[in-house]
Ligand binder design. Structure first.
Ligand code: GTP
Ligand code: PEP
Length: 215
């Protein structure tokens, strides 16, 4: 999180990132032997946050979490922390959005994107600037990884199973972009392999045994 903003900066978006605490995180993901699931979930979120930080000024980042360690490092970096209401993903996202005024562009980026690349995120945020409401679907086209609403347009959040269709039904336009790192959310071991083949960030890579990182 101590990375200076680079030339990719897309300054108009404020971005909410929900990150579950260690316990109860990523229950569908069977981690490689010897890897703690909660630590892996947090590492993936850290890699996503570092990529985000290269694109958006840190004081426009809002992390919703109950994890004290993550909250402390996020605050130290200059981003905002909102306490997790503890009632699931949608309430967590809504709690983050609630601290942002309607008159700014507001994005929600999920935190399970360990291979996220700044240039792909910047491309999506730029494309979202052309729509009132838009989203990026996950690689299976069923979930949502990035949800965007321009200034003045309220969000209508439907994260969870089948969220891509739900967001489309709510009037969000799908952004058809070549952004594999932004579409590769990690729910299970197959997703983790896909993320590794794209190249995970350093926090995730450091946790994974060499066998997982080898082709
Ligand atoms: N703050 C917060 N973030 C959440 C919550 N539920 C999910 N998230 C985050 O939202 C993103 C996508 O969530 P999921 O894929 O449902 O993750 P998960 O609940 O850890 O995984 P499963 O247990 O396998 O469903 C991840 O970054 C999670 O950390 C929640 O209740 N609170
Ligand atoms: C959180 C979502 O689903 P999944 O956990 O299946 O990625 C979603 O796409 O809104």
């Amino acid at each position: 999180m101590d990375i200076e903003p680079g030339p990719l900066s897309v300054p108009t978006w404020h971005v909410v990132v929900p990150v579950k605490g260690r316990s109860g995180a990523k229950t569908r993901l069977v981690p490689p032997p010897g890897v703690d699931r909660g630590e892996l979930a947090l590492a993936m979120a850290c890699d996503a946050l570092v990529a985000l930080r290269r694109v958006v000024p840190v004081d426009r980042v809002v992390v919703v979490t109950s994890d004290a360690g993550l909250a402390a490092s996020v605050r130290a970096a200059g981003a905002h922390v909102v306490a997790d209401p503890g009632t699931g993903l949608v309430p967590a996202v809504e709690a983050g959005l609630a601290v942002l005024p309607l008159h700014v562009d507001r994005a929600v980026l999920l935190g399970d994107l360990p291979a996220l690349r700044s240039d792909e995120l910047a491309a999506a945020l730029s494309a979202g600037g052309g729509q009132e409401r838009s989203f990026v679907a996950d690689r299976g086209d069923t979930g949502t990884t990035l949800l965007l609403a321009r200034a003045g347009t309220p969000h209508d959040v439907h994260f969870g199973t089948g969220s891509a269709a739900a967001h489309a039904a709510a009037g969000y336009r799908p952004l058809a972009l070549e952004v594999p790192s932004l579409r590769t959310d990690v729910d299970d071991a197959d997703d983790l392999r896909a993320a590794v083949s794209l190249g995970c960030g350093p926090a995730t890579t450091a946790l994974l045994p060499d066998a997982v990182c080898s082709p």
